[in-house]
Design a protein around this ligand. Structure first.
Ligand code: NAD
Length: 480
């Protein structure tokens, strides 16, 4: 079976202790490759390489660094089908999604920051008659980037691209559940002869390899995307070391539908925002609130359509939902369906595992699930499930729905469907979320601040925010 390797100082290397664990293909439920079980000593080597590479990498002109980043982008595009197949195989997502969303977005992430860095200017503040301040933004040195499994290369590149573009050297760990496309990225680095030590990729578990990156005294910043509990653990270690922290964490996003919305457009988008990537996108709208006047119509149409959606193996071009990422995740999601029943919920669609024919009979498939009849403050409506499960809840008026929408500990994103302009602005203003879409979902402009409030995270990614995060401002005053 193929053994994935770490990539340290421009070379593929085995973990020093020689240990590996299985990489499971969710569509079939069987192992198809092996992942390095890296430990602190492997991270040590990676940090050493990054530290050594830092003076020359940060010393390049921004055009040169931009060129290298662009070569990474072109290098991924040149191996497009390989990346698409690998992402879908590793994660279980329909191949169409990897082809249209994941890999194109990873390509854009490198391109965006390759060019963005060339427009990243220093600020100056003149004190008339006194002098002038100018603010340099210096790279931090060695930084750690840790990413989750749901959008593997998409979110991995969203961190490492701004980190490198701003002149840092990186020690990065992709999720141990979906390591393969990060491994392919190392092959691209080899293809293009990318400068050694600038990006070092160490595979392994969070509590070992991830923890070593967070704890290492040389990593000056940690950019993390993943679960809220993990974020808390990381903050506990990194905050007393005064590291910069960017934490993109969980969500329980409301999808608020008013009577006056454009019904058909809302329905098409709501199907996507509920079940795209098997509901495993941190921005999915898992709590659907529908105003009473259209509640029954919405329910009938939504349930009918969802019952017809096709759950299938990822390479099926007609698959609307593929497999969820792992057996344990499937069990977790299904346990929430049981909890919802205990809490008085009615399952209107799905609610069970789907068994496909061989060779996919041991895969991790769940029927898209719609639940109604739950209180807004029950556990099913408060905790992140992160799977193809949504709840629907009727509401009377703005006040009513705002209270329910803001009732969770999370505050990542929200969607509002209405044609009342004033109401849309009022709601957007009052909702506790880092990202609000009005009559839309997941429309992304890479320049905008991305991230959440409350337990959904600290800091923002994207555009200037990411470049500011990965640099240290230094103000210099010159007297006239
Ligand atoms: P996770 O927290 O289990 O793991 C994320 C990454 O952290 C993995 O690489 C893992 O190995 C590593 N890790 C785990 N424990 C660690 C530790 N103690 N020290 C250092 N690293 C550690 O999350 P997951 O299950 O991979 O991803 C799902 C979660 O990610 C969901 O909660 C989802 O909402 C969240 N997410 C958030 C966003 C966002 O932008 N806010 C985007 C995608 C996913």
């Amino acid at each position: 079976m193929e053994k994935i390797q770490n990539y340290i100082n421009g070379k593929f290397v085995a973990p020093q202790a020689g240990k590996y664990f299985d990489n499971i293909e969710p569509a079939k439920g069987i192992a198809y490759s092996q992942i390095p079980d890296s430990q602190a000593e492997d991270v040590e080597e990676a940090v050493k390489a990054a530290k050594e590479a830092f003076p020359s990498w940060s010393g390049l002109s921004i055009e040169e660094r931009g060129d290298w980043m662009m070569k990474l982008s072109v290098g991924i595009a040149a191996r497009m089908s390989e990346f698409v197949e690998a992402e879908s195989r590793d994660n279980g997502k329909p191949i169409k999604l990897a082809e249209h969303v994941d890999i194109p977005r990873a390509i854009s992430n490198f391109k965006f920051f390759a060019t963005g860095i060339q427009h990243y200017a220093s600020e100056s503040h003149e004190m008339v008659g006194v002098g002038v301040n100018y603010t340099l933004r210096k790279p931090l040195g060695v930084v750690g980037c840790i990413s989750p499994w749901n959008l593997p290369l998409y979110l991995f590149s969203w961190k490492i691209a701004p980190a490198m573009a701003t002149g840092n050297c990186v020690v990065a760990k992709p999720s141990e559940v979906t390591p393969y496309t990060a491994y392919l990225l190392c092959k691209v680095m080899e293809d293009i002869n990318f400068p050694k030590g600038v990006l070092n990729i160490v595979h392994g578990f969070g509590h070992t390899a991830g923890d070593a990156i967070v704890r290492h005294e040389v990593t000056k910043a940690i950019s993390f995307t993943g679960g809220t509990t993990t974020g808390k653990t990381i903050a506990t270690i990194a905050a007393p070391m005064f590291k910069k922290l960017s934490l993109e964490l969980g969500g329980k996003n409301p999808n608020i539908i008013f009577d006056d919305c454009d019904f058909d457009e809302m329905m098409t988008t709501t199907i996507r925002s509920s079940f795209a990537n098997q509901g495993q996108i941190c921005l999915c709208g898992s709590r659907i609130f529908v105003q009473k006047g259209i509640y029954e119509r919405f329910k009938k149409e939504f349930v009918e359509k969802i019952k017809k959606s096709r759950v299938s193996f990822p390479t099926d071009p007609k698959a609307q939902l593929g497999a969820v990422v792992s057996k344990s995740h499937m069990e977790k999601v299904l346990s929430y369906v049981e909890l919802a029943k205990e809490e008085g919920g009615t399952i209107l669609a799905g609610g069970h595992q789907v068994k496909l024919e061989a060779p996919y009979d041991a895969g991790f498939y769940i029927a898209p699930t719609i639940i109604e009849g739950l209180e807004f403050n029950c556990r099913t409506n408060q905790e992140e499930i992160f799977g193809p499960v949504v709840t629907i809840t009727p509401f009377e008026n703005e006040e009513d729905v705002l209270m329910m929408a803001n009732s969770t500990e999370y505050g990542l994103s929200a969607t509002i469907w209405t044609n009342d302009l004033k109401r849309a602005h009022r709601m957007a203003n009052d909702i506790e979320a880092g990202i609000v879409w009005i009559n839309a979902w997941l429309v992304r402009d890479l320049r905008t601040p991305f991230g959440g409030t409350k337990s959904s995270g600290v800091g923002r990614e994207g555009g200037w925010e990411a470049m500011k995060f990965f640099t240290e401002p230094k103000n210099v005053f010159v007297k006239y």
